[in-house]
Design a protein around this ligand. Structure first.
Ligand code: DAK
Length: 257
């Protein structure tokens, strides 16, 4: 695919990078950009050389939300019947390989929701988060009332979604919306995390990711049962034998995936 709204890079150490690149519109997520992101994620998921993905934006903005100029043209009947951008978000929501969001500047509306559906989100001090849809007479449509509530709790989610207030990096970290604030280049820090993950056994990484998503998306007993089952599954892997032998022999593991 010939990308116009994103930049896709493949590093030779198992890391893929997707950079949102519509700076003139603050990386507003229009249909074209979303289709490209969805396509790039599917490609990385299918690419055996890629182990982890970094999703980032520009220095001033990660993404300022869905493109309001496109949203302004929508009407209920056609958006509902044609399931407006549902399938494009599906690829993001159901991505297989770990995605690390590296956020500078605004992550608002759909931009905040995009960060929330990544597996790890880190930011620099310039990051600003919010769900300002209420201010333009609509509401979050891709997880802002759901994932955000699970991530930061009901009271804070209510505050953000009902007022449209924007929070800074410190507050986002204190509410666990991001795992880390970095005081240097956030993209290079995300690449370092992706490189660490890329050194692990791919099937084990996938089992862990699925298990944590179970915790996030199911009730505790079902999640614990699935986790136990996945743990037993790792016992069948050669990489598990190699990992434990390597530890005992005091050498780095040589995972074969
Ligand atoms: N859409 C379109 N253009 C945008 C934009 C957006 N969301 N945000 C910024 N821009 C454009 C501006 O129009 C402006 O373009 P020009 O006028 O220069 O052509 C340029 O980017 C710079 O913006 P500003 O001049 O406003 O820059 P400031 O620094 O003064 O302010 C700002 C930055 C980010 C605070 C401000 O631009 C702003 O408030 N932007 C809108 C933020 C917002 O309301 N976002 C929520 C959008 S609704 C769904 C999935 C997702 C969604 C819905 C459904 N399904 C799966 C069903 C998501 C909905 C949303 O995100």
């Amino acid at each position: 695919m010939n990308y116009k709204n994103i930049i896709v890079e493949e590093l030779d150490n198992g890391v893929g990078i997707i950079t949102l690149n519509r700076p003139e519109a603050y990386n507003a997520i229009n249909n074209a950009l979303l289709a490209e992101v969805s396509n790039a994620i599917k490609d990385f998921d299918a690419n055996p050389d890629i182990a982890a993905v970094v999703l980032t934006g520009g220095e001033k903005v990660f993404a300022a939300g869905a493109d309001i100029k496109e949203l302004a043209e929508l009407d209920f009947a056609s958006a509902y019947q044609n399931e407006f951008i549902k399938k494009e978000w599906y690829a993001l929501e159901h991505h297989i390989k770990p995605i690390i969001a590296a956020i500078s500047g605004y992550a608002l509306g759909g931009g905040c929701e995009m960060a929330l559906l990544c597996d790890i989100a880190i930011c620099d001090k310039s990051a600003k988060f919010g769900q300002p849809e209420v201010k333009i007479g609509t509401m979050p449509g891709a997880g802002g009332t759901q994932r955000l509530t699970k991530a930061i709790g009901k009271s804070k989610a209510m505050h953000l979604c009902l007022t449209g207030d924007i929070i800074d990096a410190e507050e986002a970290a204190s509410f666990k919306l991001v795992s880390q604030i970095v005081d240097h280049d956030v993209k290079s820090e995300a690449i370092k995390i992706a490189q660490k993950i890329a050194k692990m056994s791919k099937p084990v990484v996938r089992l862990i990711k699925e298990s944590i998503n179970n915790a996030y998306e199911s009730n505790l007993q079902a999640g614990l049962a699935a986790e136990r089952q996945s743990f037993y599954t790792t016992l069948a892997l050669e990489d598990r034998i190699e990992g434990m032998e390597a530890f005992i022999q005091k050498r780095p593991p040589n995972f074969k995936n």
